[in-house]
Design a protein around this ligand. Structure first.
Ligand SMILES: *[C@@H]1O[C@H](CO)[C@@H](O)[C@H](O)[C@H]1NC(C)=O
Ligand SMILES: *[C@@H]1O[C@H](CO)[C@@H](O)[C@H](O)[C@H]1NC(C)=O
Ligand SMILES: *[C@@H]1O[C@H](CO)[C@@H](O)[C@H](O)[C@H]1NC(C)=O
Length: 433
């Protein structure tokens, strides 16, 4: 069976002025890095499981691999600690302290190590009385904790929302944002404000964008396709509310990339990577970089997908169609380019063919456009006209990812000249050699 989708360029009508972001100069593009939670959770048993417990060794080893194995070069920069790092008691000055057995050097030394690798360190705390896993929370200590993080050289704070009066969640996040600002150190501020406020009322995304660099809206990601689907479904059904809030300096956070773990097939991993790029989501991997399969690594380091995520226009993509077991998502890119993801949501049968055709008058492909397929494999689909049929083949729960670059008649000629020049340079080299 064959499905034809007419692209309408719906997104062109949805552009609206993005409100002011938190003014700390950070997260101008979606944050990239690694965060321990989904893969390592609250494993504190360093006696029996020294390689996988939450300890300074874990972050140092991850940082080493990030530099050695091309992760840093691909753009992954933040090495982030999640819950379960602190001691159960604050110190004599009321400051949080790292568990002395698992972090014998303390956080400052760990930050120095991470910085020596050219990377950045993220830490975790909670707005309430306790963290989600029962460690000391920051309620009543926002200034103290912000100062400690700044002193230690921390670069990112993930501030969770457990064990707190829901009615005070907003002011708590605002207060910590101010406390971080007062330290004078630029610390990327990752919030869970809307996640904890939705059960009470619709959150104010203007205020959230002024306060945080990214914000979790929906429940934690698990290492399963049903979890990825639930996040995508929630995002699409709230896109009119949340998408306008995203832009340079502040992003919707659909939670970690679980690519390279146990629960997703390769097609599903490609879907997560493609859709997280389309959603302009933070790309925070939670996996074991010391032991990851080459296909997952290539996918996570795929420069063409990362370029879509990090595009300078900074617009989050939308779901623009849902039909016949397919979903189409579109993300506007700089220079009037467009990324399109077509996801095959059918979980029975084999690969299906989907045909994309531009609707009449659709400017992006007028008079012509250049189309490249990035997933499931790279393919230059050449120069196409608005009436061309672009056929992509997509496995069950997989995604085809494409970019469209408009070609005006003048730039079309320029491109021909460029190609011609490149060929003549190559010929010259060949002759010389
Ligand atoms: C603190 O906020 C002010 C005003 O919004 C801003 O100009 C400044 O860069 C901020 N400083 C830090 C360290 O975030
Ligand atoms: C936030 O700060 C205001 C002003 O200092 C204070 O009255 C309020 O109690 C604080 N709220 C929280 C949750 O920290
Ligand atoms: C949302 O927050 C903004 C910025 O803080 C504020 O100006 C606006 O009045 C708020 N909107 C509502 C409906 O409370």
């Amino acid at each position: 069976m064959c499905s034809v989708m007419f692209l309408t360029g719906l997104l062109l009508f949805m552009s609206c002025a993005v409100v002011d972001a938190l003014d700390n100069g950070l997260a101008l593009k979606p944050t990239m890095g690694w965060l321990h939670w989904e893969r390592f959770m609250c494993n504190v048993d360093c006696d029996r499981d020294p390689d996988n417990c939450i300890s300074e060794r874990l972050y140092m080893q991850m940082a080493d691999v990030m530099v050695k194995e091309g992760w840093k070069e691909a753009g992954y920069e933040y090495v982030c600690i999640d819950d379960c790092w602190p001691s159960h008691q604050r110190d004599a000055q009321g400051r949080l302290q790292a568990d002395p057995k698992r972090f014998p050097g303390g956080i400052k030394k760990l930050a120095d190590y991470i910085h020596s690798k050219g990377l950045k360190l993220g830490i975790y705390a909670d707005i309430g009385k306790y963290t989600c896993a029962g460690y000391p929370g920051s309620l009543g200590y926002y200034e103290t904790d912000a100062l400690a993080f700044a002193d230690w050289g921390v670069d990112l704070l993930k501030f969770d929302g457990c064990n707190m009066d829901r009615a005070l969640v907003g002011e708590a996040y605002v207060n910590m944002s101010k406390a971080l600002n007062t330290t004078g150190r630029s610390i990327l501020y990752s919030c869970e404000w809307p996640l904890y406020e939705w059960p009470l009322r619709q959150p104010n995304y203007t205020a959230i964008r002024e306060t945080c660099n990214h914000w979790r809206n929906f429940q934690d990601v698990y290492d399963s396709w049903s979890s990825i689907k639930s996040i995508l479904d929630w995002t699409a059904s709230h896109q009119d509310i949340i998408v306008p809030a995203a832009g340079p300096g502040g992003w919707n956070d659909p939670d970690m990339l679980v690519i390279g773990n146990f629960g997703l097939s390769h097609d599903q991993q490609e879907s997560q990577m493609a859709l997280w790029a389309i959603m302009a989501a933070p790309l925070l991997m939670s996996n074991d970089l010391r032991d990851i399969c080459p296909r997952s690594k290539d996918l996570l380091q795929n420069r063409r997908i990362i370029d879509i995520s990090q595009d300078s226009l900074g617009k989050q993509g939308y779901r623009t169609a849902k039909m016949n077991g397919y979903e189409v998502w579109e993300k506007p890119l700089s220079q009037n380019r467009l990324a399109i993801a077509v996801m095959n949501r059918q979980e029975i049968g084999g690969p299906r063919q989907f045909t994309i055709r531009a609707a009449p008058g659709w400017k992006i492909c007028y008079p012509k456009c250049s189309i490249k397929q990035i997933l499931p494999q790279y393919k230059d689909m050449g120069i196409q006209a608005p009436d061309s049929n672009i056929v992509v083949t997509i496995n069950p729960s997989g995604t085809a990812l494409l970019t469209l670059t408009p070609i005006s008649s003048s730039s079309f000629e320029r491109m021909h000249k460029r190609v011609w020049q490149d060929i003549s340079i190559k010929d010259k080299h060949n002759t010389v050699l």
